[in-house]
Write a protein that binds this ligand. Structure first.
Ligand code: ASP
Length: 445
């Protein structure tokens, strides 16, 4: 007997992901160490690697991520303007900003302190003797003054073109405030922006519906070449990072949410699944912004006036998962190189990791670049990064999922505190389901 109940988007994405992983592993067995398998066909030879891995899957995966990223700047700009405009009292912005940034910094500090404590207790680098085989160029951590100055775009179009999220946020906020203060002229433009917002959100929906295929391609490409042999000495490091990441997501966030809002954390975690899967498979909280925003408003019930500000801001300045990796990695590298860090060094790590995350967009692998700044600050050899790079991809995926979970949790807290939160939507299991089931036939009408 067949039922007409459509499979949920989360299930479809998981199916795409598992199928991609399994196929990738089969291809790896057929083509170990990056080799190729050529199948002679009647007309021509078929290169498995060339046609599928570097061809079809690579193209599919890249197009999927590029399409998500394509929406980030227009969506943030338009939805933030709508959000700012709809705030009856724009002076509230300062208070909302204050609460959001405080919570973001606080959760990051908790994350990195917890990570370093566990790493010191377990000692993942003790007795490990490894030679770094990769060099890594370090960059200086920006000073607080620089961070503030660089938030203001001298050319907004350059900010759009570079995807500089903080600058886009600042410009959109100022533009939105000016619109709210411009009487009828502002109201006319506001209508246009609201319509634009609806259309861009529709585009997000369409893309989300294609995600199972995109995720399949990404996983198949990645797992064809992901070698688990690199784990060796790094297995303890890997497990410590993973343990802290999962504890932060499944224990710390639920506790903070419960204490600050009284909401049921299980509902929150359940509704987080689709967004976390997007972040996991793209390894980018930045590319996931459209999905995080859609889910924060339509599934969790936070008003767009809050979410349009907190979500893109979070994707840029709030990276708890990344901070966790940096905390464990610093301890690990110090132990491998037999360097004793003092308490003030550890405080320096917390400060630099938090500062480095401000203004660094959440894209794949950026955590390692930020780690270079942290290591530099406490005088540890930056080449140490070469030790952990081999197992970083899987951790990158996991910490991106944690990053977006943190952004959403803070968004809910701020939304609730500001009375810009609809609890009925939060409690409704089916809220936002319509965005997951788009009927593509309507596109033809
Ligand atoms: N990929 C992470 C993110 O987008 C950042 C990182 O830790 O590398 O959130």
């Amino acid at each position: 007997m067949s039922t007409n109940k459509p499979t949920s988007l989360t299930t479809r994405i998981i199916i795409g992901m598992v199928a991609g992983i399994v196929l990738g592993q089969i291809l790896q067995l057929l083509m170990p160490d990056g080799s190729d398998l050529v199948i002679p066909l009647i007309f021509a030879d078929l290169s498995l690697r060339g046609f599928f891995v570097d061809g079809l899957f690579n193209v599919g995966g890249e197009i999927f991520v590029a399409s998500l990223r394509m929406l980030v700047v227009p969506l943030v700009f338009v939805s933030l303007i709508c959000g700012t405009c709809s705030l009856k009292d724009t002076t509230k912005l300062g208070r909302i900003g204050g609460k959001t940034i405080t919570l973001y910094l606080l959760t990051t500090a908790i994350a990195i302190t917890f990570a370093m404590t566990i790493a010191l207790l377990v000692g993942p680098g003790e007795g490990v003797n490894m030679a770094a085989n990769t060099t890594f160029a370090s960059r200086e951590a920006p000073s607080l003054a620089q961070v503030f100055i660089q938030m203001f775009p001298s050319n907004p179009f350059a900010a759009f073109a570079e995807g500089n999220m903080l600058q886009v946020i600042v410009f959109a906020l100022l533009f939105g405030i000016a619109m709210a203060l411009s009487g009828e002229a502002g109201q006319r433009i506001a209508k246009l922006f609201e319509d634009l917002n609806a259309v861009i959100m529709r585009l997000v929906t369409i893309l989300m519906n294609l995600a199972p295929y995109g995720v399949f391609c990404l996983m198949a490409t990645l797992f064809t070449d992901l070698s688990l042999n690199t784990f060796g000495n790094l297995i303890v490091y890997f497990l410590v990072v993973l343990f802290v990441l999962l504890t932060h997501a499944f224990v710390t966030y639920p506790i903070i949410l419960k204490v600050l809002t009284g909401l049921n954390p299980l509902i929150f975690l359940k509704k987080m699944r689709t967004t976390a899967l997007f972040a996991f498979s793209t390894a980018s909280s930045n590319a996931t912004i459209p999905v995080t925003l859609e889910s924060a408003t339509k599934k969790m019930g936070v008003n767009n006036s809050i979410a349009s500000f907190t979500v893109p801001l979070g994707a840029t300045i709030n990276m708890d998962g990344t901070a966790i990796m940096q905390g464990v990695a610093t301890v690990f590298i110090a132990q491998v190189f037999n360097v004793d860090l003092t308490l003030s060094d550890y405080l320096m790590v917390i400060l630099t990791a938090t500062l480095a995350s401000i203004g660094t967009a959440g894209v794949p692998g950026v955590g390692l670049i930020m780690l270079a700044m942290v290591l530099d600050q406490v005088g540890l050899p930056v080449e140490g990064i070469g030790l952990i790079i081999g197992v970083d991809r899987l951790l990158d995926m996991t910490r991106s999922a944690v990053n977006v979970t943190g952004d959403t949790m803070v968004t809910i807290v701020v939304g609730k505190k500001e009375n810009q939160f609809n609890e009925e939507i939060f409690l409704d299991e089916n809220a936002g389901k319509d965005i997951e089931e788009i009927d593509f036939h309507h596109l033809k009408d």
